[in-house]
Design a protein around this ligand. Sequence first.
Ligand code: GLU
Ligand code: MG
Length: 648
Amino acid sequence: MGLLTQGKPLSWEETKKYAEYVRKHGILQFIAIYRKLKDRQDQYLRWGDEVEYMIVKLDHSNQKAKLALKAEEILKIMNEREEREGDKRASLWRPEFAAYMVEGTPGSPFGAANDHTAVLSHFNCVEDSMRTRRLEVEQLLAKDESLLCLTSFPRLGCPDFSVPRLVPDPENSGTGSLFFPDGAIFGGHPRFKLTLAQNIRKRRGRKVIINIPIYRDVNTKDPFLEHFNDEEAEDSARADHIYMDAMGFGMGCCCLQVTFQASNIQEARILYDQLTPLCPILMALSAASPIHRGYISDRDCRWSVISQSVDDRTKEELGEEPLKSCKYRINKSRYDSIDSYISEEGAKYNDIQLVYNEEYYKQMVDAGIDTLLAKHVAHLFIRDPITLYREKLDQDDEHETDHFENIQSTNWQTMRFKPPPPQSSIGWRVEFRPMEVQFTEFENAAFVVFIVLLTRVILTYRLNFLIPISKVDENMQEAQKRDAVSRCRYWFRKDIITHTSPPEAAACVEATGCPSESNICNSNLDESCILMSVNEIINGKGNHFPGLVPLLRQYLTSVEIDAATHCTVQQYLNLIANRACGNLMTTAAWIRKYVTGHEQYKKDSKVTDKINYDLIKTVNSIVKGETVCKELVGDSPFTKARILRQQK
Ligand code: GLU
Ligand code: MG
C-alpha cells in the first residue's frame, strides 16, 4: 500500500516543516529518473498480481468469526525465508495497513519469457501461484484460522471483532476511533502505519469521517441514526448512513491489483490511459464489499469507504472555509480516481480542471518533460508527505527516489504510472488498482487474466477506449452502487478502431458479428461515447459494440497458445461474461443474498455475530473447495475440477 522504510517516523509537526523540502527533492528525483530512463526499452511484457488477504479465526464454540492480528508473526517467518531463499521464493509477502492483513505476490513476475507464446502460457500459472501463496500462509496458521480474500470484513469495528480482543480507546489512541483500536493497525515498522493514520487526522484537523448509505430494509430504523455519546461523532454521522471514523475501515479492506511493465514509457502512458475507462467497469464486476461495521450498506464496493478513510484535506482545501493557510481547493481525496490522461491521444479527453503546482510544472517542462506528464506529476505533488523518516531526509537526488516515492505512493488512485526504480532491471510500469478481491483463486485469476489479455489486444490492435475523463468519474459513482452490474449504465466508447489499427483489428471486430465500420473512431466525441450496461460492454451490443469478451476470444484465435492454456482462459472469460450478463452473481450480490436470507436476519440491515460466523464459515468452505458455489462460478465440470483442486 505504500512505501516502507526503516527508521523512526517524524511527528506531524516535523513532517509538515519538511513538506516543501520533500516535494522539491521529489521533483528533482523524478526529473533525474526521466532524463536517465526516458528511452529505456524492455522487450517483453511482464506483469504481476497483488492479492490482499485477511487472517480470519472461526471461534466455533462461541460461533463468532474474528480477525486474527497475526500479520507480524507471519511476515517475520516469510521475511526470513525470503532472505534465505532470495529469488527462488514462489511468493513474496508484504505488510498491509491492518494487523490482520497480508499481501501476496508471485515470487517473480509472469511473462518474463522471451517469446510471445510463453507470455500467453503464463495465463495458466497465475491461479496455481495464487493457490500456492494461500497455502504457504495457511500452513503457519492454527486449525481454526484461514487466510481469506474478503474485500471488507462485515463486522470490522464491532465490539470484539479481533483476536486478541482489543477495546478502542478514543481518548488516548492515535486515531481517536470509537470503533477501530490502534492495535489492529499493522505495527511492524516502528508504528509506520499508525503514524500515517495519525498524521492524516492531524493534517485535516479532525478525525476522518466516513458515511456510507445504509441499505434500507423493511425493519431498518427510519431514519437510521445511531447515537455515539461523542460530540465529533454526533456531528459527523449522517442520517441513513453507516458512520465510521478511522483509516482502518478503508485501508483495512482488501483488493486485487495488477501491475504491467510496458516496453517503454510511451506504451506505459497509453496503457495508463486506455485502462482508465475500464476501472469503473471492472470495479462493478468485481464488487465484493456490501457490509461495513455490522450493517448492510447500499453500496457494493469499497471505493468511497477508503477514499473517505484517508481524506487528509483541510476545511480550506475542501472549500468549507476560505483559503488562508492552504494553497489549493482540492476536488478529490488522496485515494480516488485519476484526474488526467497522460498519453498524446488522451489529452483531448482531459475535461476536468486539474489542480497542480505551477512551479513544479514549469520546472519539469524546463527540464524537457512534456506538458502532459509534467502536469500529471505536478498534480500528484499538491499533496503533503504524510510520513517521513529523519534518516531518509538527506538524499542523493540523482540516484535515490524516496522523496518522489513518498508523494507518489500516497496518491492512491485508480491507476498508477510507475517510473523504473533506480538501478534495477524493472522498466516503466502501470498499475491497475480498482478491483475488489474474490473468494477463490479461480475467480481472482479470471479477473487478472482478463485484464492482462485486454492490454494485449489494446496494444496489438491499437484500440481506443478513451472517453472524457469527467465521464469516467460519473461511471465511478455508478459502479459502486448496489447491484451496479445489473442496475446501472455507463459511458463507454463504441468506436474503438483507430486509423493506426492494423487490418486484423477490423477483421476481429467483424468476426464478433459487429460491422467494423461502425467501430472506426469517430472524431465526434458525443457520438462515440454512449451509455451501455456492463453486459453490453463485456458481451456486446448488437451492431453497435462488439463486446470485450468476444474481442478477446477472437484475438485468441489469432495467436499461438497451447491447448491447456486456451481452455483455462476460455473458462476465465466465461466467468467474466456470465457475471456481466447476470447468469452468475457478483460476490457482493451473493453476500447480500446470503445475509438477507439467513434465518436470524431480522430485515433490519444488521449483520449479527452469528450471521457473520455462518457467512465466513461458508466462504471458508468455498475457498477450501469443500463446496462449489454455483451462483458465483457456475457448474461447468471444468470449473468444478479446478475448484476442487483447492483442497489441501
Ligand atoms: N487495500 C487497498 C485497496 O483496497 C489498496 C492498498 C494498496 O495500495 O496496496 O484499495
Ligand atoms: Mg496492497
